[in-house]
Design a protein around this ligand. Structure first.
Ligand SMILES: Cc1ncc(COP(=O)(O)O)c(C=O)c1O
Length: 399
């Protein structure tokens, strides 16, 4: 990773002043649901206060244009979407807000015109909730969900592309692929994968739940059909907030899971108005982007990567285990195997995760996969290397 311009902030524990985290807990799990910075919380509160000054006007005439009422200005959801779109290299009209990655993936899967016998391809590292959504859609349409096993450990980008290419059949209609895998933390080569899929007439839905903020994104350049991401994990927005991007030629027929006033009025109108709800995460998203830019987006990514990968190197050499993939396949998180003495299954992983939290005050992600217990090391600018020494000592005393 190239060295970026330094941040004007001092990264590490001094940054904790900008987040409302409980000082009694060592927070090493930014990835799971994100943590909303204080300045973004304040912006979100200000939006809520503004709404309550004239709620009917705000929610009916300012928020979203569904052709029913005279608007008092440009729809606020569109202005917010345009700002976020700029952050991910996209046009505002191709991007809609969704509550979260689950909602966005559901919208795509449930809108797609699957026929009996069609295949939806997922991987053995797909996120469980999304796999369930694919199974649900298959059960309603007669499609079949097929799982491709990704090479792991000893993973390389080219081996991942090859595994997916080999799994595509003449019946495959859609591939659902993670950009950053929740469990293994691998960054998958989604542009190369999309390229291979396109050549075979297979649509790609990228589940980028962990990508916005953590990775530099140029969504149109990826060559995918649909891209879903969370902003509330690594892009510092209020919760819940995600994005759904669709290639222009894929937008017809794409509907939210909730049908409301915008039905058949185009992607923006369909997704901007889902009935009465709290739009404050979307409408305060510019404060999150501003905070991130103020910190320095590149400096943040570099710190997070160096801290997470550095900790992974130290911990694997301490435990005599291996980092499963090349450094370039990791961003702000690196998942490493624990030695076998820490167990091999979900029960052992759950016990360790609970013990870290309830006995040592450490919030960290521990899981089980392929008969091993794994630790997902995540880093945010408020973390520093000593945090992972504390984590190592807390784990060591249990093995
Ligand atoms: C790869 C992946 N997909 C989907 C999700 C679901 O995110 P959400 O619960 O915000 O919808 C997650 C959450 O961690 C994830 O890691």
């Amino acid at each position: 990773m190239p060295t970026s311009a330094p941040s004007k902030y001092t990264f590490g524990h001094a940054m904790l002043a900008h987040w409302p985290l409980d000082p009694a807990i060592l927070y090493l799990n930014h990835g799971t649901v994100g943590v909303v910075p204080r300045v973004v919380q304040a912006a979100q509160d200000a939006v809520r206060a503004e709404i309550e000054r004239q709620p009917a006007r705000f929610l009916v005439r300012e928020l979203a244009d569904v052709g029913e009422f005279v608007m008092s200005g440009p729809p606020r959801m569109r202005t917010a979407a345009a700002a976020v779109a700029g952050f991910v290299g996209a046009r505002g009209e191709d991007l809609a807000f969704v509550d979260n990655a689950t909602t966005g993936c559901n919208a795509v899967l449930r809108s797609f015109d699957f026929a009996p016998g069609d295949e939806i391809l997922i991987t053995d590292q797909s996120y469980g909730a999304i796999t369930k959504a694919a199974n649900y859609v298959a059960s309603r349409t007669g499609a079949v969900v097929r799982t491709v096993e990704l090479p792991y450990p000893a993973t390389t980008s080219s081996a991942v592309v090859a595994a997916i290419e080999a799994a595509i059949t003449s019946r495959t209609r859609m591939l659902v692929i993670d950009h950053v895998v929740a469990g293994s933390a691998l960054i998958l080569p989604v542009a190369a994968i999309a390229n291979a899929c396109r050549a075979r007439g297979v649509a790609t839905l990228v589940d980028g739940a962990h990508a916005p903020g953590a990775l530099a994104l140029d969504l149109p350049a990826l060559g995918v059909d649909f891209y879903v991401g969370n902003l509330h994990k690594w892009a510092f927005t209020g919760r819940p907030l995600g994005i759904l991007w669709a290639a222009p030629e894929r937008q017809a027929g794409l509907h939210p899971t909730v049908i409301s006033w915008g039905y058949l009025l185009g992607m923006s109108a369909e997704f901007d108005m889902l009935g009465t709800r709290d739009p404050s995460p979307a409408l305060s998203s510019s404060a999150a982007l501003e905070f991130m830019r103020d910190i320095g987006v590149d400096a943040m990514r570099e710190w997070n990567h160096r801290t997470a990968y550095g900790a992974a190197r130290v911990l694997t050499s301490h435990w005599g285990t291996e980092i499963p993939a090349p450094e370039a396949m990791y961003g702000s998180m690196v998942t490493v195997p624990l030695p076998e003495r820490f167990g091999t299954n979900r029960e052992a992983a759950g016990k360790l995760k609970d013990a870290l939290l309830f006995e040592d005050g450490i919030e960290a992600q521990v899981g089980a996969f392929k008969d091993r217990v794994w630790l997902r090391i995540a880093a945010q600018v408020y973390n520093e290397p000593s945090d992972y020494e504390r984590l190592r000592d807390a784990i060591d005393k249990r093995g």
